[in-house]
Each structure stands twice: as C-alpha cells, then as structure tokens.
Design a protein around this ligand. Structure first.
Ligand SMILES: NC(=O)c1ccc[n+]([C@@H]2O[C@H](COP(=O)([O-])OP(=O)(O)OC[C@H]3O[C@@H](n4cnc5c(N)ncnc54)[C@H](O)[C@@H]3O)[C@@H](O)[C@H]2O)c1
Length: 303
C-alpha cells in the first residue's frame, strides 16, 4: 500500500473499471486508502455484451493488495442500473465520497456513413452514462447535506480530445465527449452548494480503445518510463478525488504520461457590437476582421 493514503476512508465508484484507464484508477484509489466499487459490465470495445467479468478480476487484485472493493455489473447508462450502482456503494461501505465516470465504448465511422444505431449507442453510453450516475449520486449527496451531514464529495468525468478539438471518424464519440465537457460546467455550478466538486479529464493512454485510433503513439517504454501506460492518468484523478482538491471545480484537465494540462475551453472571444441589426451582405469583412484578430482553432485530430 502507498505511504500517501490521501483517500483513506473514502468510498469511490469507478465506472468501466474492469479494464484500461478505469482499472488503473480503481487500483490507484485502493492504494491511496479508498474503498472501491468496481463497476464494469464487461462489454466488447463496440459495446456488445460478453461473458467476461473484468470487474471481479479487479476486485480480486485490490483484495490481494490488502484493500477493500466490491464489484458491480450494472450498465451505467441504464437509469435503474445507475441508481443501483450508487445504492450499492452506500450499502456496502456506508456512504459515497467520489464518483469517477469513465465507462464507455466507441463505434468509429465517418459521419457520411454513421448509422443511427451507432450514434445512439455511443451518445447513450458516454453522455447518458455520465448523467445517470451523476443524477443518482447528487440525489444521495443532497439528502446527506439536507440532513446536516458534511459532504466533501467529488465527481470526475471523462471527456476526450475528440470532444475538445474534434476527431475525424469519431463524430458520435466526439459529440458525446463535448457534451460531457458542457455537463461538467453546469454540474459544477449546481452542485457546489451541496459540497460536491465536478471536474473532468481528457486522457490519452494505451488501451484497447486506442490501439487503432493513435497506433503511431503506441511506442514502447523509453528510459524506463512508459508514457502511454494507463496508470499515468490515475494520480491526478486520485488527487481530484481526495479532500486536497477542495475548491477546484468546473475544470478540464488534459492528462498524458507525465503531463498535466489545464484546458482552456470556449470563451467569449473578439467581438464587435454596433448596437443595431446587421445586413447579411455587410458581414463578410466583419467576420474576416474577427478571424484576423483571433487565434486559429486547434487542429482536429486526424484532419
Ligand atoms: N485510452 C485513451 O487514450 C482515451 C482517450 C480519451 C478518452 N478516453 C476515455 O477514457 C475512458 C476509458 O477508456 P479506456 O481507453 O480505458 O477503454 P477500455 O475499453 O479499456 O475500458 C472501458 C471499460 O468500460 C466498460 N464499459 C463499457 N460500457 C459500459 C457500461 N455501459 N457500463 C459499465 N461499463 C461499461 C468496458 O467493459 C471497459 O472495460 C472512456 O470514457 C474513454 O472514452 C480514453
């Protein structure tokens, strides 16, 4: 166990924690002293159901380290399943302090070929899968707050560069991940009164999800540091889940290897206001002037 148990005594839910980045989060929270609810329904990369039980395997790993964990196999985007997940944490460990929304899958395709089912499935698992768990968690925390018990809780959401900058071939996924960025801002503003902070990360790591998306960055370890290991994402998430991060809310962090960056989101930019309605034909030079005075947008991944 780690000597720095900054989450000692805290109860943490990590969704999609059977594999990849979520598994690394679950193990890191356990090492930091937390009791962990390891959620994963064991789906294939495209969301198809399988007979795999990765959540149980991660629970066994945590128990082998001397930690405490329980497995949960609910679908995070199912309303009753998300409620059950929150209730299981409270029933098993007597409360809930941290919700890490991480579960999801991809069905990549160019927009011109993207099917309705591929849109619905990916937007559902990521965007509804974040809202459903947050909604049931905040209901629990609001109840605690109203009952006069001190709440010092955290939500950490998982966005993506695909949502912040765009990504060719990932229109469904990018839209869901951009939606998560927006949802994080509103939730942070609404939940502050209950003692709950809400932040998000845009990670990059080697998992089954990224084997094809950024194959060129699948470099092997150099100098003993594997910059693409999913374990590199978790220290920031554990810190965000700890009492030490109080006061940090509504933020988006980009995390990869040893790099932690604060993303600069949509802001009001260069403006012109003449105090009267424009004629459409007048706007060409006005827009050209605004563009000339602004920073160019970030490149879209894969463009
Ligand atoms: N790997 C990266 O570089 C990267 C980059 C940006 C964002 N992300 C995001 O990080 C998160 C983790 O991705 P990963 O790369 O570890 O992928 P992964 O496929 O290794 O892990 C995702 C896990 O979520 C589980 N899951 C899927 N649908 C679920 C559902 N409905 N309910 C419960 N569990 C479900 C899967 O079974 C899987 O174990 C995802 O939200 C992903 O979009 C990853």
């Amino acid at each position: 166990m780690s000597s720095e148990q900054i989450c000692a005594g805290r109860t943490v839910i990590v969704t999609g924690a059977g594999r990849g980045i979520g598994r690394a989060h679950a193990l890191a929270f356990a090492a930091a002293g937390a009791r962990v609810v390891v959620n994963d329904l064991g789906s294939a990369l495209d969301g198809a159901s399988t007979a795999e039980t990765p959540a149980q395997q991660v629970v066994a790993e945590i128990e082998a380290m001397g930690g405490q964990a329980v497995a949960n196999g609910d679908d995070v985007a199912d309303w009753a399943g998300a409620r059950n997940l929150i209730h299981q944490a409270v029933d098993a460990f007597g409360g809930l302090d941290v919700l890490v929304n991480n579960a999801g899958f991809v069905r990549d395709r160019m927009l011109v070929n993207l099917g309705e089912d591929e849109w619905d499935a990916v937007v559902r698992v990521h965007l509804k899968g974040h809202f459903a768990t947050m909604r049931h968690a905040i209901e629990y925390w609001r109840g605690e707050s109203k009952a006069g018990r001190r709440v010092d809780a955290r939500i950490i959401n998982t966005s993506s560069g695909a949502g912040l900058q765009g990504s060719v071939g990932q229109g469904n996924y990018g839209a869901a991940k951009a939606g998560i960025a927006g949802l994080t801002l509103t939730a942070a503003a609404e939940f502050a009164r209950y003692g709950v902070t809400v932040n998000a990360i845009a990670p990059a790591a080697r998992t089954r999800m990224t084997e094809t998306v950024f194959a060129e960055t699948m470099a092997k370890p150099e100098n003993g540091f594997d910059a693409m290991a999913p374990e590199n994402i978790s220290p920031l998430v554990v810190w965000l889940g700890s009492p030490q991060s109080a006061g940090v809310t509504g933020r988006m962090f980009e995390v990869e290897g040893g790099k932690v960056a604060l993303a600069d989101g949509w802001r009001h930019g260069v403006a012109v206001d003449r105090g009267a309605r424009w004629e459409p034909a007048e706007l060409g030079p006005v827009v050209a002037d605004l563009i000339a005075k602004s920073a160019p947008p970030e490149p879209v991944y894969g463009a």
